[in-house]
Design a protein around this ligand. Structure first.
Ligand SMILES: Nc1ncnc2c1ncn2[C@@H]1O[C@H](COP(=O)(O)OP(=O)(O)OP(=O)(O)O)[C@@H](O)[C@H]1O
Length: 476
């Protein structure tokens, strides 16, 4: 039985104005008084609440769990998340001790549905953000995989070291530079390296491939245009890359493809640091360093009247000849290791080249130079059926080599440590013995080691062994 409960009228008014629910029960758990918000939260008329035991209200699914019961059980303040009418409520119950009367329980109930929803949305948003951050990291890594680190110029051969010394010196002086060399030797990488080691390194490096842009558009691409310069032009006009490169370096690749009619304008830019945007009558000044590159024979083009002589001499203040890969064959293993590491990581493999395959790399002429070598390695890592890439798996063009010609392959102990070189040799021996003998026991016999020693090494190097290239039985 509930005793009559008296709550001062002014308290009732205050409690009824609250946006949070107030629920008062006696010390046996019978509801004595609730404010208007609480009635709405419970979702039942007042007469179905007052005088009822909280266990009954709970069993009629007006709310669950009952915080009043929890307070009465523990005889201390309790907070709990309640569910009522599919909403989430934070209910905090307090035992209020009374001197003259029986104690009672006061429960303060805050609707936190929207907060929970936004925190869930926040969680979701966070997980989406995390997903994109991870994807971005991966993309960055992939990007790093194919783009050599700017400052990293691979090569230790004498020819390459001499060239490196020259570019180191020229980076410091602000002179115009012409980089010459076959396709894929690294002219663009060198231009960027020069910029990044020069005093202009904090300003933009803007590359433009003269052969990639139609001759008619090249002038506006270089110098920009004023509004209304020609039909189809952007109404506001457009900045040229000369302006974008201000203070930095403009790298003009394939300069041999610069149309004859534009050549005087480039000469004016180089000599007087002046240019006129298309459709403009005013002359602009600029402060940029110009580096150009070509794989054409510019002096022959001059002789044939296809390139202006004065511009040729102006461009060629300092000339850097980048050696072809066949002129620096000692560097081939460095590039092989470099790209093998990159593509093993990218395709989750642990491939190595057999000595014969490395010989093929060393004996091939590489007309496409480093770019071609990179492509061959990527293809081999993708297509090789075992971790040992053998000569037979290489493209036909590489397989044509004189069996009897002395090998040019000398392991580079500066790039590869002795233990890592010996590991490569051991891996090769294991893979080959298995391919030849078809079982781990016979392969171990052939190598003069026990079968368990053989298997230990297979495990150590994580090798996926196959009997032959066409046989897919693997050891594990
Ligand atoms: N010394 C080097 N060290 C590391 N990577 C290099 C080096 N030289 C070239 N590469 C790589 O070789 C590839 C070709 O280089 P790059 O594009 O600079 O050649 P290029 O001479 O400018 O070619 P093209 O004449 O066809 O424009 C790139 O992937 C580049 O990262």
């Amino acid at each position: 039985m509930t005793e009559p409960f008296y709550l001062d009228r002014s308290f009732q008014d205050v409690f009824n104005k609250l946006e949070d629910g107030i629920f008062i029960a006696d010390d046996s758990g019978y509801a004595l008084w609730v404010n208007e918000t609480s009635v709405k939260q419970i979702g039942s008329p007042l007469e179905e609440i007052i005088g009822k035991h909280v266990t009954e209200l709970e069993s009629r699914e007006m709310f669950t769990p009952s915080v009043t019961n929890l307070v009465l059980d523990k005889r201390e303040a309790v907070s709990s998340i309640q569910t009522s009418q599919n909403r989430k409520l934070l209910a905090s119950g307090y035992l209020v001790p009374m001197e003259a009367q029986r104690d009672y329980v006061l429960v303060h109930v805050k609707d936190i549905t929207d907060m929970v929803r936004s925190s869930l949305q926040l969680e979701k948003a966070e997980s989406v953000i995390n997903f994109y951050v991870e994807e971005l990291k991966k993309t960055k890594e992939d990007h790093k995989l194919t783009e050599t680190e700017d400052s990293e110029l691979i090569g230790k051969s004498k020819k390459f070291m001499e060239m490196k010394q020259l570019i180191k010196t020229t980076a410091q002086v602000d002179a115009t530079l012409l980089i010459q060399g076959e396709t894929g030797v690294g002219k663009s990488v060198i231009a960027k390296n020069i910029h990044e080691t020069s005093e202009r390194k904090d300003r933009p490096f803007i590359p433009l491939n003269c052969s990639a842009i139609p001759a008619a558009l090249l002038e506006s691409e270089l110098f920009g245009y004023k509004k209304g310069a020609f039909t189809g032009a952007n109404a506001k006009g457009k900045k040229g890359i000369v302006q974008e490169a201000e203070g930095g370096t403009l790298f003009l690749d394939e300069i041999g493809d610069l149309p004859l009619e534009l050549q005087p304008k480039l000469l004016q830019l180089m000599q007087e640091k002046l240019y006129i945007p298309v459709g403009s009558s005013s002359v602009e000044t600029t402060d940029i360093r110009i580096i150009t590159a070509t794989n054409s024979d510019l002096s022959a083009m001059v002789a044939e009247g296809r390139f202006r002589e004065d511009l040729y001499y102006r461009l060629n203040v300092i000339s850097v000849e980048v050696p072809s890969l066949r002129e620096r064959f000692e560097d081939i293993p460095l590039f092989v290791h470099h790209y093998m590491e990159i593509y093993n990581k990218k395709y989750n493999r642990s491939c190595i080249l057999s000595n014969e395959a490395m010989e093929c790399f060393q004996n091939y002429e590489w007309p496409g130079n480093i770019r071609e070598l990179e492509n061959v390695i990527e293809r081999a890592v993708i297509t090789s059926s075992t971790d040992l890439i053998v000569a037979e798996e290489l493209p036909d063009k590489l397989k044509i080599y004189e069996e009897k010609s002395p090998s040019r392959y000398v392991p580079d102990m500066e790039k590869q440590s002795l233990p890592s070189y010996l590991e490569d040799v051991e891996k090769q021996a294991i893979i080959k013995a298995f391919q030849k003998n078809g079982s781990s026991r016979k392969a171990a016999d052939a190598l003069g080691i026990t079968q368990s020693a053989f298997m230990r090494r297979v495990k150590k190097y994580n090798l996926a062994l196959q009997k032959s290239l066409s046989n897919s039985d693997s050891v594990h």
